[in-house]
Design a protein around this ligand. Sequence first.
Ligand SMILES: Cc1c2[nH]c(c1CCC(=O)O)Cc1[nH]c(c(CCC(=O)O)c1C)Cc1[nH]c(c(CCC(=O)O)c1C)Cc1[nH]c(c(C)c1CCC(=O)O)C2
Length: 365
Amino acid sequence: MTTDTTGAAARDDASRPGGPADSPFVRACRRQPVPHTPVWFMRQAGRSLPEYREIRANVAMLESCRRPDLVTEITLQPVRRHKVDAAILFSDIVVPVAAAGVDLDIVPGTGPVVAEPVRTAADVQRIRPIGRDDVPYVDEAVRMLVKELGDTPLIGFAGAPFTLASYLVEGGPSRNHVKTKALMYGDPELWHALAGRLAEVTLAFLRVQIAAGVSAVQLFDSWAGALSEADYRRFVLPHSTTVLSGLADAGIPRIHFGVGTAELLGAMGEAGADVVGVDWRTPLDVATRRIGPDKAVQGNLDPCLLFAPWPVIEAEVRRILDEGRAAPGHVFNLGHGVLPETDPEVLTRVVALVHELSARPAEGA
Ligand SMILES: Cc1c2[nH]c(c1CCC(=O)O)Cc1[nH]c(c(CCC(=O)O)c1C)Cc1[nH]c(c(CCC(=O)O)c1C)Cc1[nH]c(c(C)c1CCC(=O)O)C2
């Protein structure tokens, strides 16, 4: 038997009627009619769930990402509990960078910390290209998940070049991205070398996930909102385009997400996205005008709203569904990740409410 490295066999199976490629989530991404508005939550697998905290009690974050059995169980937890319309692979944006040879760790309560920040051409050279054999645990986890999930689609993901570069250049999480911007403005050639290298790593990492059978991918440029549109277009867009447009041949939906990106929504769509993620600062109808009629939107409940009384949450869900009708496709989500203190029962209720309020009778019924 030959090993399928293109994902073609998995895709053929996935596109059977009612299969993951025909799911409400994938259909909404493709701007096709749906029986209800699909919903999932960024960071749905994670610290808000007691069953997750239990499994992670004695396992470090990066280690858990490298164990297909744990990745599979953690990814499935929110699907079982909340009945969301999609699963997202449990991993972290720094996993491929670590596989590319960067010495880093994920420190509890802090986030990714890089031992030797990347600041010179020699540092950039040390970031190696990656392939399937550098991340075998991701390939295995995706294949196990695709089997376990049946008709529920699995979303693969990666960090975008700017957000990854920020962790590498700063050496860890950063509020103002000062060193990153200093490098970008002070040494554009080195910046483009770094962002170009990260784009290659990201593209390869997503290709591994696609070959293993994910039904969609999301590119997280969480911190791109720190840039003006002009600087985004000059320093970041070409590299995110390498990734997203580079995946056009895969034929699966590509979601492009960032926070604080009101001014960047049009450009982020242009990078080669089928769906643009929108945070809570921009209403979805306004976002749709900026993105254009040929892309779907994803979002955009403020994660803090989940701490409000239920009637307030219900009114906000209604408003977002109404505003989402202006878009040619809408995937309901938060505007950023689930906060660790969130009551998981509220998330389950939001899923049921989105399904109930958006239910459309089947054609001809
Ligand atoms: C900010 C951060 C990173 N990495 C980490 C942090 C959090 C630091 C902290 O609060 O303790 C560390 C991290 N990453 C993840 C965890 C475990 C789960 C959890 O936080 O609930 C932890 C502790 C999973 C993850 N990390 C990520 C996912 C993505 C998939 C998803 O949305 O579920 C998961 C499960 C992706 C990630 N990872 C990172 C970014 C910027 C992103 C993009 C999404 C975002 O802006 O939040 C870097």
